[in-house]
Structure formats: structure tokens, C-alpha cells
Design a protein around this ligand. Sequence first.
Ligand code: GLN
Length: 245
Amino acid sequence: MYELKICHLYPDILNLYGDRGNIICMQKRMEWRGIKAEVTGISVGDALNYDDYDIFFIGGGQDFEQGVLLKDLADGKAKAIRAAVEEEKVFLAICGGYQMLGSYYKTWDGKQCDFIGALDLYTVGHKDRMIGNYMYQCSEEDGGIVVVGFENHSGKTYLGDKVRPMGKVLSGNGNNGEDGTEGARYKNVFATYSHGSLLPKNPKLADYILKTALKRKYPNINLEELDDTFENNAHDYMEHRLSPK
Ligand code: GLN
């Protein structure tokens, strides 16, 4: 019996805009295929034995919640997360969770949050927020998948040389509303601003991430296709709505 173990980091603190829906989507898309999906919530004060898990999920959070986590990260989780990233564990990080993987986030009112430093990027907050439905296309290395989502962030994220963008913005702001990039990719980390939640209406991306984790654990596994009529209808409606007329 195939099995994937999912670590949901800070589920009680980082869960804006239904980001927990990504966990439910991953669980369901595996259970529909007869693959066991075990989810463990790890929050403040909990030990993180990163080698126990195959996929890590970090949702979004307000500046305040991100600040609350600084001590817990410094007490050991940041080191464990850096090690998990370098050992090519799969991560899906959304908005605030994405920002936290970088070196720092300076909030719009000037608070410096020195974060995990797992990805070569940093974020600077601004008084004006970037809010709305948006759309981006993943890089060819990741299949050129078109992703529809919802963004709400004050932070502008800038990528360093050691990471590549998750994709290019087709509609909306993305990382910073300036350089046309959205999200970040490094090893098996998928980081994006896309709330919504992201995965239910982006089934191709959901399966790409799941396949990445499954292939790492079971190199010869084949993932059967699901009937994604309903999911693709939702995706295609938003893609049409967000495409230039
Ligand atoms: N607090 C961060 C920002 O405002 C992240 C917000 C979020 O996770 N939606 O940019």
C-alpha cells in the first residue's frame, strides 16, 4: 500500500483564505487512487522530525501571526526545515508561508522578521496591498501549467540567483507587481502567493506536486488519471475570466 505523510506546519496559526483546502485536496486525490494520506499538524512547541514526512505544507498568515512564529522557528524548526528542503523533501508554501522560507520579511510598518533562510529570496511589505484574482503560467520545466488563484499580500518578494520563479504572471501582481514573476521554485519546493485554496481548481498542479513526492518515495509508481471534469470547469471558468479579451 502506497502512503504519503503530510506535515501541516502551523495549521492553527497560518490558515488564511481556506489554505487548509490544499491539504484536503491532496488527501482526497491520493485516497481516490487508493494511496494512504496521513496528515500531521506541527505547531508552536512541537518537535519537528522532518524525516518522518514526505510533503510539508505551510499556509498564509497576517504579519502578526508571522511574527508570533519567530521564536519557535529560531528554537529549531528553521534548521529542520532548511535540512528538509536541502534533502529534496516536497514543500508547498502559500503567501506568508512562502515568505517565511526566505531570509527575511520587513513588514510595511518596519518590523524586521528574520525567517528560515531556506530559499534565496526576501520580502518587503508595503502599505498598499496586492489583492485579487490572478493567473500565472508555470515554467516549461514544470510543464507550463496555467494556474488560477487569489492573492492578498502587502509583501513584495524579490528572488535571488539560487531560486527560479514558479512562473510568469499572466494577470494580477504575483511576487511584486514589478518583474512579472510569481512564486519561487528550488529543489522540490513549490512556493506561491496563490490562496483560494490553490489546488482544488488547479488539478494539474496538484498532481504534479503529488507525483513529485510519490516518485521521490516510490520511483516506479504510476499515478492513474482522475476524472477532473468538475475541477477543470472551475479552472477554465477563471482562466477565461482572467484572460485578455
Ligand atoms: N502577511 C503577509 C503579507 O501581508 C502575508 C499575507 C498572506 O499570507 N495572505 O504580505
